[in-house]
Design a protein around this ligand. Structure first.
Ligand SMILES: Nc1ncnc2c1ncn2[C@@H]1O[C@H](COP(=O)(O)OP(=O)(O)O)[C@@H](O)[C@H]1O
Ligand SMILES: [Mg+2]
Length: 183
C-alpha cells in the first residue's frame, strides 16, 4: 500500500531530472504522475517566462498542483529546476501545512557535465550568446542544503539512481495502515 507524496527533483538543466522522473513513474505504475517543468510551462503556464518572479511563480503553481494530486493518493514526481531555495522551501511548507509527505531530491552533476550532455542544446545556445539567463550559467542555482536524497548522476548510473529512489518512495509513501479507511 502506498499513500500520496511529492518528490521534487531539483537540479541544473541536463542533470537528469526528467530521465529519472519518467523512469521512476513508469516503474511505480498506477497512481504515479510526472509534472515535468517543460510540459507544465508549455501546456499550462505558457505566459510565464524566466525572470526571477516568473520562475518563482512557476514553482509555486507546480507545487500547488503536486499537493492537490498528493492529497488524493498520487505519488507525484516533479522534475522542475526550481533554482531558488526559498521557492523550494515554500513548496515544502505548503505540503507540511497540509499534512502531506514531501521530499526533495537533488539531481546533481557538475555544470561541465551537464553542458557536455546538453540534451536540449541550451548550453550551446548560451555559449553562442543566443540565450540569456540559463540556470547555472548566467542565472543562479542555489543548491539544496537539506535534500532528502542527493544523487550524483555523473558517477551513478540511471539504474543505481532508480534503486535509491525506489527506497525513498518505499520509506516516504508507505501507508501507515493497510486497507481502506472510511471517514
Ligand atoms: N544517472 C543518470 N541519471 C539521469 N540521467 C543520466 C544519468 N546518467 C546519464 N544521464 C543522461 O543525462 C541526460 C539527462 O537529461 P534530462 O533527464 O533531460 O535532464 P533534465 O531533465 O535535468 O534537464 C540524459 O541524456 C540521460 O541519459
Ligand atoms: Mg527535464
Amino acid at each position: 500500500m502506498r499513500t500520496g507524496c511529492t518528490l521534487w527533483f531539483t537540479g541544473l538543466p541536463s542533470s537528469g531530472k526528467s530521465t529519472l522522473a519518467t523512469e521512476l513513474a513508469a516503474r511505480l505504475g498506477h497512481r504515479a504522475e510526472v509534472l515535468d517543468g517543460d510540459l507544465l510551462r508549455k501546456d499550462f503556464f505558457p505566459e510565464l517566462g524566466f525572470s526571477r518572479a516568473d520562475r518563482i511563480e512557476n514553482v509555486r503553481r507546480a507545487g500547488r498542483l503536486a499537493a492537490m494530486l498528493a492529497a488524493h493518493g498520487v505519488v507525484v514526481v516533479v522534475p522542475v529546476i526550481a533554482p531558488y531555495r526559498s521557492a523550494r522551501q515554500w513548496v515544502r511548507q505548503l505540503h507540511i501545512d497540509a499534512g502531506l509527505r514531501y521530499a526533495e531530491v537533488w539531481v546533481d552533476a557538475p555544470v561541465e557535465v551537464c553542458a557536455h550532455r546538453d540534451v536540449k542544446g541550451l548550453y550551446a545556445k548560451a555559449r553562442r550568446g543566443e540565450l540569456r539567463g540559463l540556470t547555472g550559467i548566467d542565472d543562479p542555482y542555489e543548491p539544496p542544503d537539506a535534500a532528502e536524497l542527493h544523487l550524483r548522476t555523473d558517477h551513478t548510473t540511471v539504474l543505481e539512481c532508480l534503486a535509491e529512489l525506489r527506497q525513498l518512495v518505499d520509506v516516504m509513501c508507505a501507508a501507515e495502515t493497510a486497507g481502506s479507511v472510511w471517514h
